[in-house]
Design a protein around this ligand. Structure first.
Ligand SMILES: Cc1cc2nc3c(=O)[nH]c(=O)nc-3n(C[C@H](O)[C@H](O)[C@H](O)COP(=O)(O)OP(=O)(O)OC[C@H]3O[C@@H](n4cnc5c(N)ncnc54)[C@H](O)[C@@H]3O)c2cc1C
Length: 358
């Protein structure tokens, strides 16, 4: 059997960025085989609508205690000293300087090339943690240390299997679509479908407003979409986790946005035609009842994963020595805005250092 020192399952941002920060070790990355272009880092190409919003200056408020702020400096020192150009918009969102995901993608691939680490394009289908063996579609490998960075089940993961997580016999929470459009109980009026409205979105539970965001809503045949709706879905996921399922409303104040508010009476001569004849509650709101989420293939992230009670501060599974987990496979969930890739990058540096023995 082939013997590996550090084996990483998953060539996404989390797995690859970890590998880039492991020094003086032998590293092997496993990524699912692909008929055409390699799957390594492929998700970056579709992220942020082809622009890859890879970080957010507000990420500090989501940092787990073990990830000290110094890792943010380390991340940008790494980018600056290796020639990755980026810019930050007024809202604190980071993008590649040339506004293209491909710039981040090719930067990381070049960095990976420099390491000369081995990439094996085989899907891992079984982990035997007792004997420290992983089984792929083609072969068996023994490992010294194992990193699980397999991501979630969103977007293009139609045949998702929980096998690797269940092999580990640890607590996990089944994935639900995380950042995703919402299906509503009410029928969306024909004139609204495919139109966009800037507004203030609120999630109402038990008649209380529990989330508010100034954004833009896109009306679909059976529901609502847009970044502010994705973030509302993220909040609704946390309600459902607490079994709070009934009577979740999405309220749109369509007469307020960008710190400007007007009354229906004042705006009545300049309403867009698609709003004419639409029932407006209290001369201000459109209101919908949450029914469900769109399917995984429409979601940008998956909510759920390996329970954080199973993971040590070193990202090692407490009950399964020498197995480390990070990225979207872990039940740490973040809203839109570069937090998901950003956190995978920070955890990648952190774990890379741990595995280098620092
Ligand atoms: C359309 C879209 C747009 C997005 N836009 C943004 C954005 O702008 N900003 C942001 O922060 N986040 C964005 N995200 C979310 C972000 O891409 C993910 O949260 C992030 O990529 C997760 O990184 P990861 O490495 O944990 O998982 P992934 O990127 O999912 O990587 C996991 C890898 O593991 C491989 N794998 C899985 N199982 C196996 C196995 N058994 N054997 C071998 N390999 C395996 C997969 O093929 C995959 O390559 C977006 C997501 C989507 C789908």
């Amino acid at each position: 059997m082939k013997k590996l020192d550090i084996a990483i399952i998953g060539g996404g941002v989390a797995g690859i960025f970890t590998s880039l920060h492991i020094k003086n070790k032998e590293v092997t990355i496993f990524e699912k085989e692909s008929k055409n272009k390699s799957n390594v880092l492929k998700r970056i190409l579709v992220s942020g609508n082809g622009r890859c919003n890879f970080f957010n200056s507000n990420i500090v408020k989501y940092l787990p205690r073990y990830l000290e702020k110094k890792y943010i400096s380390k991340l940008f020192n790494y980018f600056d000293s290796n020639g990755f150009a980026y810019y930050i918009n007024e809202e604190g969102y980071y993008y590649p300087f040339f506004n293209k995901s491909e710039c981040f993608y090719s930067f990381l691939l070049n960095e990976l090339d420099r390491t000369k680490y081995k990439i094996i394009e085989e899907e891992i289908i079984h982990i035997d943690y007792k004997n420290k063996i992983i089984k792929s579609t083609k072969d068996n490998y023994s490992y010294n240390k194992l990193v699980l960075a397999t991501g979630g089940r969103s977007y293009d993961r139609d045949n998702y299997s929980y096998d690797l997580i269940t092999d580990l016999d640890i607590k996990y929470n089944k994935f639900t679509p995380g950042l995703v459009p919402i299906v509503v109980e009410e029928k969306i009026e024909k004139s609204l479908v495919d139109n966009k409205l800037k507004c203030i979105v609120e999630v109402i539970y038990d008649n209380k407003s529990i989330y508010k965001e100034d954004g833009e809503v896109i009306f679909k045949k059976d529901g609502l979409s847009g970044i502010c709706i994705f973030n509302s879905a993220f909040i609704i996921n946390s309600l459902l986790r607490e079994n709070k399922k009934e009577n979740i409303k999405i309220r749109l104040d369509i007469f307020s946005h960008n710190n400007t508010s007007i009354s229906l009476d004042k705006a009545s001569n300049s309403l867009p035609s698609f709003l004419k004849g639409i029932k407006i509650i209290d001369k201000r709101y459109l209101e919908y009842t949450f029914k469900s989420f769109y399917d995984f293939k429409f979601s940008h992230t998956s909510y759920g994963g390996i329970d954080i009670s199973e993971i040590s501060k070193q990202l090692e599974l407490i009950k399964r020595k020498d197995i480390y987990v990070l990225g979207e496979v872990v039940d740490r969930n973040y809203p839109c805005g570069g937090y998901n890739i950003g956190m995978a990058l920070l955890e990648g540096i952190y774990l890379g250092e741990i595995l280098s023995g620092k």
